[in-house]
Design a protein around this ligand. Sequence first.
Ligand code: SF4
Length: 113
Amino acid sequence: MDEQKWRKDAACLHEVQRLVDIGWVAEEAYDLWFPLGSECEGVDAAHARAICNGGTWPGADGRVQESCCPVRRECLEANIDQKHGLFGGTTPKQREQIRSNRLRRNRRRAVRA
Ligand code: SF4
């Protein structure tokens, strides 16, 4: 998929806009995808992870929201080397594991060829 095409469907962009519309500062809204802590697995990351992966969280109006990003796969592939932040619903540690698994798989294929 064309890079610009998938980005316009990014659930985080729509969520940031929603938060800005209810009074958040845009930078603070974007920071939800860059939570403190190298593993991005704490409570601070729960909202962003729910937007990426699907899940429920209390919205600003107190009602339960549900979401899952439609371009999670494209986002992950475009950001597989990112060392910080949540992309494709993955933490930096998870992306490192994916890269490592792919490398091992490719080496095994090369040995067999
Ligand atoms: S998967 Fe990527 S594009 Fe989708 S909400 Fe998460 S960070 Fe944004």
